[in-house]
Design a protein around this ligand. Structure first.
Ligand code: G3P
Length: 217
C-alpha cells in the first residue's frame, strides 16, 4: 500500500518525508486555504520535497475552465496529479488530460458507480471519501470494497486512493481490502506505529538491561 499524506502543511510533509513514509501528497482547496499560502507557491514547495504524485485540485467546475487551470497546475512540476471532481465535466477533463499523458486524481467519489465511470475515463487515481460517508452513518469502507471488486472484475488500472481517512483502523481496513493508496492526515500517519504494549515492552527490556550493567560498544 502506498501512503500519501493529506495536507498542504510543509512542516508536516517534511517531517514525514524524512521518515521515508511519504509516497505522495494530496491537497484540496480547503487544505490550501488552511496552509495560508498561495496554491502555486505551496504546491511547488511540496513538489520540491516529495517526488511521488502530488495532487493539486482545479477549482473551475466547467470543462474549459478545468482544462485551463490544469495546464497551469501541470506546469508546476512533472509529478503533479491533476485533481478533478467526479462530475460530468470532471470526467470529460479526466479523459482529455489522460490523453495528454497527465496523471489525474478523480476526487469527491461517494459511490462505486461513480468510481466505475472514473475508471472508464482512464483516471490514474480514484478518491472515495471514506470518513465523509461514515459521517452520514453509512459505511464508507464498503464503497472501497465494492470499487476493489469492480476494478478487479474488469482489470481496470485506476488505483484506489482511499481518502477522508480519519482513524488508524481506516488504514487497516483499506489495506485489508486492497486499496492501492491511503491518503492520510499527518496525525494518523504518525499514529500507525504507536501501541502501548510496544512502549511497555521497551521499558521493561531497558529496565532489565540496566540491571546487567553491560554496554554494547
Ligand atoms: O483531500 C481529500 C480527502 O482526504 C479530504 O478528506 O473528509 O478529511 O476533508 P476530509
Amino acid at each position: 500500500m502506498k501512503f500519501f499524506v493529506d495536507t498542504a502543511d510543509l512542516k508536516e510533509i517534511e517531517e514525514l518525508n524524512d521518515l521515508g513514509l511519504v509516497d505522495g501528497v494530496t491537497t484540496n482547496p480547503s487544505l490550501i486555504m488552511k496552509s495560508g499560502g498561495k496554491i502555486l507557491d505551496v504546491t511547488k514547495q511540496i513538489c520540491d520535497i516529495v517526488k511521488g504524485p502530488v495532487s493539486a485540485e482545479v477549482t473551475a467546475t466547467d470543462y474549459d475552465g478545468m482544462m485551463k487551470q490544469a495546464k497551469v497546475l501541470a506546469g508546476i512540476a512533472e509529478n503533479i496529479a491533476i485533481k478533478v471532481p467526479l462530475t460530468m465535466d470532471g470526467l470529460k477533463a479526466c479523459r482529455a488530460l489522460r490523453a495528454q499523458g497527465r496523471m489525474v486524481n478523480v476526487t469527491l467519489c461517494f459511490s462505486a458507480t461513480q468510481a466505475l465511470l472514473a475508471a472508464k475515463a482512464g483516471a490514474t487515481f480514484i478518491s472515495p471519501f471514506v470518513g465523509r460517508v461514515d459521517d452520514m452513518a453509512d459505511d464508507g469502507m464498503e464503497i472501497v470494497s465494492e470499487i476493489r471488486t469492480i476494478y478487479d472484475n474488469y482489470d481496470f488500472k485506476t488505483e484506489i486512493l482511499a481518502a477522508s481517512i480519519r482513524t488508524v483502523n481506516h488504514v487497516k481496513q483499506a489495506a485489508l481490502i486492497g486499496a492501492d493508496v491511503a491518503t492520510v492526515p499527518a496525525k494518523i500517519l504518525k499514529a500507525l506505529y504507536q501501541h502501548p504494549l510496544t512502549d511497555k515492552g521497551l521499558e521493561s527490556f531497558l529496565a532489565d538491561w540496566k540491571k546487567t550493567g553491560q554496554t554494547i560498544a
